[in-house]
Design a binder for this molecule. Structure first.
Ligand SMILES: CC(C)(COP(=O)(O)OP(=O)(O)OC[C@H]1O[C@@H](n2cnc3c(N)ncnc32)[C@H](O)[C@@H]1OP(=O)(O)O)[C@@H](O)C(=O)NCCC(=O)NCCS
Length: 355
């Protein structure tokens, strides 16, 4: 059974045990059932406009060779004016629901990770809610490039706590709007896009063998806030709001902290490197991805890489990579995915998922 077939069943049906009241239930199985967030559908959206390194080199002092060699990036998608965070998120979320065979009525919550929302409020998640015709509740979450992992973790907790049964987790970003297009050290690195997953409450037995989100680990160190930040927001009318980065420092932290994060995820689940079928890392720099893969003794063929075509789409990069691997048939039921990301904050973390 492929992922699409299996998730189609899950997405349109709520497991009976999730509907049963806690007290007074009869015929409980011997091992207590736990609610677990199961990956039911994956979707994404990329703007049509593609900008190559050569095209960028016409307006900023850079070259295709430099960008390729230092980052692995060949091109990026750049949003047109109508392609806002909400616009792209809505399309990614609709695709994730369709992939799950689910409908708007199956959605209890929308958690949208972004640093580039359409408005200060309402939350972009609620623009998506209205566009899709969902009920329930929703909110935005700010954790920069780690936003998708943070949002997955919150969704997993809500599902385990039986606060929600169907949760759309979205990463949607238009970093092209916060770029300083005269800063060659940053403007060549980022792209726009949105990715989404639909999580449904499944019932596991608490053991590591079940499907769903096995663990998430979140970290942050606010003392490192000045090595990667945006120098403005609506609360700072005097500032335009452009991304500023000390690239070498971020690179150094990324390699060290992501290596620790993947080790932590495996240790928490009693797994070894060989248990991982796919590493789906945040796509910031191919050299960082290579370093993490080496740490896991994973050949590059088992790493989902999109940075060459998408560049760094921040909170959208992991779900977009998952979407690609799902659509081209690489993802299969039962496989273990290891997600890892680091971003402004600094924030970093991991998620381990069994499909
Ligand atoms: C940004 C990054 C690619 C820069 O690579 P680097 O090897 O560290 O390069 P440096 O910043 O030391 O710059 C080296 C030289 O290239 C130049 N340079 C920087 N950007 C350039 C560009 N786009 N084109 C051409 N030259 C460039 C610099 O000016 C510098 O020149 P100099 O030696 O004459 O001063 C790298 O540091 C990086 O990827 N960092 C992490 C970024 C990241 O992950 N960010 C997001 C986290 S979510």
């Amino acid at each position: 059974m492929d992922l699409a077939t299996e998730t189609a069943t899950l997405g349109s049906r709520r497991p009976a045990e999730m509907d049963a009241p806690d007290q007074g239930a009869t015929a409980r199985p011997a091992a207590p059932l736990v609610a677990r967030a199961v990956l039911a559908g994956i979707g994404g959206y990329l703007p049509r406009t593609v900008v190559s390194n050569d095209e960028l080199a016409r307006t900023v002092d850079t070259s295709d060779a430099w960008v390729r060699e230092r980052t692995g990036i060949l091109q990026r998608h750049i949003a047109e004016p109508h392609e806002t965070c909400a616009y792209m998120a809505t399309r990614a979320a609709a695709a994730a629901l369709a992939d799950a065979g689910a409908v708007a009525g199956d959605v209890d919550a929308i958690i949208l990770a972004t640093a580039t929302p359409d408005q200060a409020f309402p939350a972009t998640a609620l623009r998506v809610q209205a566009a899709l015709g969902c009920g329930g509740f929703g909110f935005d979450l700010s954790a920069a490039c780690s936003g998708f992992i943070y949002a997955l973790s919150v969704a997993d907790g809500m599902i385990r706590a039986r606060q929600a049964r169907g949760v759309l987790v979205i990463g949607s970003e238009v970093y092209s709007r916060i770029m300083n297009w005269r800063d060659r050290g940053t403007c060549v690195l980022f792209g726009d896009g949105a990715g989404a997953v639909f999580l449904t409450a499944g019932a596991g037995r608490g053991g590591g063998g079940d499907r769903g989100i096995l663990s998430t680990h979140l970290h942050a160190d606010g003392r490192l806030g000045d090595i990667l930040y945006v120098d403005g927001a609506v609360g700072r009318a005097d500032r335009p709001g452009h991304l500023v980065m000390q690239g070498k420092e971020v690179f150094r932290h990324a390699v060290v902290r992501l290596a620790a994060a993947v080790d932590e995820a495996l240790a928490a689940n009693g797994m070894s490197h060989s248990s991982v079928d796919w590493l789906v890392p945040h796509q910031a720099n191919m050299r960082i991805v290579d370093a993490i893969a080496k740490r896991l003794h994973l050949p590059v063929e088992r790493v989902v890489v999109t940075i060459d075509r998408h560049a760094n789409t921040s909170a959208a990069s992991i779900p977009l990579a998952m979407m690609e691997a799902h659509q081209d048939g690489r993802l299969r039921p039962g496989q273990v995915l290891l997600l890892s990301a680091l971003g402004g904050g600094l924030t970093w973390g991991s998620a381990l998922i069994r499909l």
